[in-house]
Design a protein. Sequence first.
Lengths: 215, 403
Amino acid sequence: MALLSKKDTGLLLDPLADNNPITIQVLGICSALAITAQLKASIVMALSVVFVLAVGNVVISLMRNIIPSKIRIIVQLVVVAALVIIVDQVLKAFAYELSKTLSVFVGLIITNCIIMGRFEAFALGNGPYRSFLDGIGNAAGYGLILIIVGFFRELLGSGTLLGFKVLGDPIAKTGLYAIGYENNGFMLLSPMALIVVGIIIWIQRSRNSALIEEN
Amino acid sequence: MGLKEKLHGIKEDFKGKKMAPAFNALHTFLYTPNETTHNGSHIRAVDDLKRTMNTVIMALIPVLIWGIFNAGYQHYAAVDAANGIIREASLFGNFFTWDNLAMGAITVLPLVIVSYLVGLGVEFIFAVIKGHEVEEGYLVTGMLVPLIVPVDIPLWMLAVAVVFGVVIGKEVFGGTGMNILNPALTIRAFLFFAYPTWMSGDKVWVHGAKDVVGTPDAISGETILGAYAQNSSVVYDFADKFFGFIPGSVGETSTFLIILGGLFLMFTKIASWRIIFSAIVGAAVMGLIFNGVVDQGWISEGSKFYGLMNTPFWEHLIIGGIAFGIVYMATDPVSGAQTNTGKYWYGFLIGFFSIMIRVFNPAYPEGVFLAILLMNVFAPTIDHYVVQANVKKRMKRLKLKTA
């Protein structure tokens, strides 16, 4: 007996690739562009969203039968807001510098379309366990793209990964910099994040032509 | 049996194979293919893509040659200046010399070669993957790119930028003829934002200036725009600026040759005179507005905008890359506006925004490439409104008739 049934595995794994919230549903783009200049910030953002979405999905799913449908958006917002404030305070307490870097974008998890989207589309109609898996899966799909984008932007833009100078020291001219390499400042600007996301989408769709929309 | 027949023979062998597009590209480049169209009626015209491209390249050759000599001239002039010798430019005395040619050739030709090798390489790869024919689109882009970068740009940076520009600026949209942005300007924009220290400042416009920073031999190669942006004066007189004895990107210095190239392109109907004309008007209008602001005394001499605002409007047209941009870049038939009325607006706004960016953002003294890219994006919108206006007009006429 497998740990997860086939259907449940799908809940976890589909959002990582063929139903990715960023590259397929094109949700949650704003934060993907804003905070991916460093890998560390991307990872923290990804983990925050995993927490908020997984817990939020469970809470909404438990309450799904008692929420009057007329005010469900307000209820959902209250739940997300509470969870986001928890994340924000934890970051401020234990990783102050990082919370400075992420600035408003932690707070803006509230407005991340992925979260409201999953509440509306999944948690309101499914049990807590499946909602939990769905939350983890979607947030991980979001986080995966964030981390890929963050990896390339930090590596090519600053020549570092998680703060380590993997390409050498640009000031002391060691490593790659000794032969004339220079950091690509464009990578640190948000437009380049959009282009990197676009390239990921391009590669994904050219590998799997079923994803290409008909127009 | 001549070379031509042999090539046709090889083409038959290659037919249907994976590398066919790559071979066909070389073949088409040399000869008109022996393939004829099979069905339907077709309009025959001699001004095909290949001839259009070749005409633009012809118009660029004088600019390139001037750029080569000027690269050498500026280098030796700067070295002289560092030693206290002030040069008086003379065309045959110290400009068209073998020394200048040699120095210019070793700095500029590698840029041309890298641009073509990398750019055509990307085109070939895409043609083979996608199985379409290689288009001639890169021929002009490949020539424009070395002309709009500083002489000392490292070759690997140029290569990276060319890959980016060709892939993101052109291939993602479907290749030649489908691009919304001018690929050459996409390449320049990439370089500008990615490696700003190599694309602006006073050390990149003259060959060798970057190597001697901080040494007693240090040479300065400020562009005129750069100098005005810092409210300092320049030593160049009108003839220097007009004929191009000034530091700058490789191909943009000689306004005179650019005007000749522009006339040639307009005469051969490759470039739209509407765009060129209205862009010049747009730049002049913006320049006059700024001159007016200075005349009214609304801005003090200490202001950081004063230097460029006080520049006479006609001088704006002959310094910096605006002439080059208007003649060779704004007139790109693919990324520009298509309707005749739209072309006036498109050109006017390019000129207008170029001078505005130039004056208001001293960090980007060269506004023309940003202005053209911006208007590239808006060109379809302009066309849309022009077409809608026409539709509305004709609907009105129709109603009058039926009423």
